[in-house]
Design a protein around this ligand. Structure first.
Ligand code: H2B
Length: 95
């Protein structure tokens, strides 16, 4: 079983991932992105999809025209784990 984040690790998130927020109704983090148009949004999603495959860790996400919403949570842990943090950091480096 993959361990969920400890309280100390959760407290560090605000500094580590300032663009991400804790989800209201899930043990998850989320971030919204906006691009110039659909093409740029979808190009970003393609790059995130490749990252997700490389990490073997996959986002829950949606796209509406130029906007992309990403929610990260570890299904195998039933909540937030270090895997979510690693993928969020990698997505931040793309954005
Ligand atoms: N993605 C997410 N978000 N959570 C998981 O627990 C997860 C995953 N598990 N991607 C991976 C795939 C697992 O199912 C495979 C077998 O490694």
């Amino acid at each position: 079983m993959i361990p969920r984040l400890t309280d100390a690790e959760r407290a560090a998130l605000v500094d580590l991932l300032p663009e991400w927020a804790l989800a209201k109704d899930r043990d998850a983090i989320e971030r919204r992105f906006a691009f110039a148009n659909f093409s740029e949004a979808f190009a970003f999603m393609t790059r995130v999809a490749l990252l997700a495959e490389a990490h073997d860790h996959h986002p829950e996400w949606s796209n509406v025209y130029n906007r992309v919403s990403i929610l990260l949570s570890t299904h195998d842990a039933g909540g937030l784990s270090a895997r979510d943090i690693r993928l969020a950091e990698a997505i931040d480096r793309l954005a």
